[in-house]
Write a protein that binds this ligand. Structure first.
Ligand code: SF4
Ligand code: SF4
Length: 206
C-alpha cells in the first residue's frame, strides 16, 4: 500500500513538472513576442477575426493573422516561426487600422520574420526570405541594388534551373541597356553598410 502511494506521488510530481515545463514554454514565447516592437498588445487579442477577414492575402497564408496570434498564445513556437504566413504580408496595414484592440498584426508579421530569420528556421512554401537576403546583400556591397547580381544570388539560393525561364527577359533588358552587367557603386556605401550592420545588432534580421 505504502509502495503504491509512493509510486502515485512520483507520478504526480512528474506530471506537475511536465505541466510546468509546458506552461513555461508557452509563456516564454508569448512574452518574447510581446517584448518586440509590434508584439506589445498580443495579449489583448479577442480573436474577432477582423484582421483575417480584412487581409487581402489571407488565402495565401498558411495561418492568417488571427490564427497566428492564437498559435503564439498557445506557445507553438516552431509551428509559427517555420510557417510562411508572415512572409506573405504586403504591409498594407489594413489589419492594423481595423483591429478593435489596437494590435498591429503588420508589425507583428515583421517581428516574426526577424525572429524566424535570426533563429535559422527553414520556412515552408515561400522563397521570400531568399529574396530579402539577396536584396540586402546587393545593397551592402554596392550601396544600391544591382539587379543582375541580386537575381543571380536569388536563383543560386533557390533553384538555379529556374533562372533559365527568365533568361530571355534578362537578355532583352541587357540589350536595351536596362540591366547593366556590372554594379554601379554609390558614394558612401560604407555608411549604408554600417547602418545595416547596426540594424542587425539591435535585433533586425540577418
Ligand atoms: S482584429 Fe485584432 S483583436 Fe481581432 S483577431 Fe485580429 S488582432 Fe485579434
Ligand atoms: S498588413 Fe499584412 S497581415 Fe495586415 S492586412 Fe495587410 S497583408 Fe494582411
Amino acid at each position: 500500500m505504502a509502495g503504491m502511494m509512493a509510486t502515485n506521488s512520483c507520478w504526480d510530481l512528474l506530471r506537475r513538472q511536465i505541466y510546468a515545463i509546458l506552461i513555461m514554454g508557452t509563456m516564454n514565447f508569448v512574452n518574447e513576442v510581446a517584448a518586440v516592437p509590434g508584439g506589445e498588445n498580443v495579449y489583448s487579442c479577442i480573436q474577432c477575426g477582423v484582421c483575417s477577414g480584412t487581409c487581402p492575402v489571407a488565402v495565401e497564408m498558411e495561418y492568417p493573422p488571427r490564427k497566428i496570434i492564437a498559435l503564439i498564445r498557445a506557445g507553438m513556437r516552431a509551428e509559427v516561426l517555420s510557417s510562411s504566413s508572415m512572409w506573405h504580408c504586403l504591409s498594407c496595414y489594413l489589419c492594423t487600422v481595423r483591429c478593435p484592440r489596437g494590435i498591429k498584426p503588420t508589425e507583428l508579421a515583421h517581428a516574426l520574420e526577424s525572429l524566424a530569420d535570426k533563429e535559422g528556421y527553414r520556412v515552408r512554401g515561400t522563397r521570400t526570405p531568399a529574396m530579402y537576403h539577396s536584396f540586402v546583400d546587393s545593397m551592402r556591397s554596392n550601396g544600391r541594388v544591382h539587379e543582375l547580381g541580386m537575381m543571380l544570388k536569388y536563383y543560386l539560393r533557390t533553384n538555379p534551373l529556374a533562372a533559365l525561364k527568365v533568361s530571355k527577359v534578362a537578355l532583352s533588358l541587357f540589350l536595351h541597356k536596362r540591366m547593366p552587367l556590372l554594379p554601379k557603386k554609390v558614394k558612401g556605401k560604407e555608411d549604408l553598410s554600417r547602418m545595416i550592420q547596426r540594424f542587425r545588432e539591435v535585433g533586425g534580421s540577418q
